[in-house]
Ligand binder design. Structure first.
Ligand code: BG6
Length: 493
């Protein structure tokens, strides 16, 4: 990693200081005994401290229903960090972080428990009230309502500002419930206090999609419906439901992955580029793009699958019809994009983890010996390895004019201020910058598309194709593509 150290602070090779929390803070994690907190949030706090991004005074308060002693919670916190960083865990740093960690057990809908939490905060924070307080909702969405209402009833503001709420997706289950969530929030919280988190926006490669377009006018002019034959966005996972089957089974991959992560990636790739990058201009452009997504002939545009063995998992309904795989064909209803199919694909327990976008350009009309020339492609892999490939053609040697593929590609390694997504987003929320968070209008636009599809499912009960774990998903996903096109699968390290 290229960086230097100046006045004890780290900075990139070009002299940009690494982001750190500019304010003392208290982070209250609701749902602190759950998997999201353990898998993502506890390791992020540790990473922030390890990387010297934490302020002098920070506190982390876990809140959950499970009765636990302080010692037991701190052990859970430490175990979660060790599970992620394994042998690289710095035990000294971990002990130092753990000194700032404590726990409150309470119900999500009992006012007296929130009053206890407030007392605990006063005791833990001591005299220093000059801090940002954040409440992170990493609970199941079914209790968002209760937590938001209770937090709104007690004054948790500090001298530095009002309590900030970080809410992790999903934002509702459909358009109606998303609107209800906004209504509940609006009753007690200002727009500036609410941070709607889709963790993909904290991933460096995802935001880099937009940055690449800004920095490279050549891409800006090429990413235009007039030149493009089709686009693919892939979000393949090799993991299954990882102890979250109860939640996942009530949601399915269309709502879990497509409504949020894949639509966001697609928006960064294809939305109009605002001339000035501000949080508002980015949100407006994303919203416009998502509002223009349309699905034609749903029956022939969606493939749903469920991996074999899913029904036997704890937390899954024995006859569940929930999809663990979705692929679909959409269009962007804008003049230049109207006939460019957009293919999206996501699924669990597939043969590989791969998040990528593939832009296939319109092929050259010239043909050689009745053979069509291969189209140019731009492949941007986001996970697990970031890489950009251009597929061009070059003439073979000799007097005959014939072509062979010329693939240029370079792995990209984060070379500056690199943090994992939750660490980055926590810092952004402390800063009060909403650029990397969502806004309700784009969420509504996404639900409108999804509701149309789920409405069709409910009415017509389309087939759910089984697939083998470790495969590329149901066979039916292939014919969704135009003739001659294949799903992009491979990735290189
Ligand atoms: C979450 C989904 O939002 O994203 C999970 O709820 C999914 O089902 C996860 O596994 C994927 O995130 P990542 O960072 O592993 O690509």
């Amino acid at each position: 990693m290229m960086h230097t150290i100046k006045d004890g602070n780290r900075e990139s090779a070009s002299g940009v200081p690494f982001q750190k929390s500019e304010h003392d803070f208290t982070l209250i994690i609701f749902g602190a005994s759950g998997s999201l907190a353990k898998l993502k949030l506890f390791p992020s706090i540790y990473q922030l401290h390890l990387e010297k991004r934490t302020p002098k005074d920070f506190k982390v308060i876990g809140y959950a229903r499970t009765p636990l002693s302080q010692e037991a919670f701190i052990e859970e916190f430490k175990d979660a960090v060790r599970a992620k960083f394994k042998d690289n865990t710095d035990e000294k740093i971990l002990d130092a972080v753990a000194k700032n960690v404590s726990y409150v057990s309470g119900q999500y809908d009992v006012k007296a428990d929130y009053a206890d939490l407030k007392k605990h905060l006063a005791h833990t924070e001591g005299v220093n009230k000059n801090r940002i307080r954040l409440a992170y909702l990493s609970t199941p969405p079914s209790v968002f309502d209760a937590v938001i209402r209770q937090l709104g009833q007690i004054n948790f503001n500090t001298t530095l500002g009002k309590l900030r709420l970080i809410i992790e997706k999903p934002f509702g289950h459909n358009l109606k419930t998303a609107k209800y969530l906004e209504t509940v929030l609006k009753r007690k919280f200002d727009h500036d206090q609410v941070f709607l988190l889709d963790h993909y926006l904290g991933k460096e490669p995802v935001f880099n999609l937009l940055s690449l377009r800004y920095a490279n006018p050549i891409l800006t002019s090429l990413i235009h419906g007039q030149y493009i034959d089709n686009i693919q966005v892939n979000g393949l996972e090799s993991l299954g439901t990882e102890g979250r089957a109860g939640y996942f089974d009530s949601v399915g991959s269309l709502r879990d992955m497509v409504q949020s992560h894949l639509f966001q990636i697609l928006a960064f790739l294809t939305m109009d580029l605002p001339t000035k990058i501000t949080s508002d201009s980015i949100h407006r452009a994303k919203r416009k793009l998502i509002e223009s997504l349309s699905i034609r002939d749903i029956k022939r545009s969606v493939v749903r699958g469920q991996y074999q063995g899913y029904l036997k998992e704890a937390g899954v309904e024995p006859e569940s019809k929930t999809e663990t795989f979705t692929s679909l064909r959409l269009f962007i209803n804008e003049k230049n994009w109207r006939n460019v199919p957009i293919y999206l694909r996501t699924g669990k327990k597939l043969t590989q983890q791969l998040t990528s976008v593939v832009i296939e350009f319109k092929p050259q009309e010239v043909q050689k010996n009745n053979k069509k020339l291969q189209p140019n492609k731009l492949i941007i892999q986001l996970q697990p390895f970031e890489r950009i490939e251009f597929h061009l053609l070059t003439k073979m040697g000799g007097s005959e004019i014939d072509f062979v593929p010329l693939n240029t590609g370079k792995p990209i390694y984060c070379s500056g201020d690199c943090l994992d997504e939750h660490s980055r987003l926590i810092l952004e929320a402390i800063k009060g910058d909403k650029m990397l968070f969502l806004e309700f209008p784009e969420i509504y636009a996404a639900w409108k598309v999804i509701d149309k599809i789920t409405g069709y499912f409910e009415k017509n009960n389309p087939p759910l194709e089984g697939y083998e774990p470790g495969s590329y998903g149901p066979k039916g996903a292939a014919p969704l593509l135009k003739k001659g096109i294949q799903w992009h699968n491979t990735h290189a390290s």
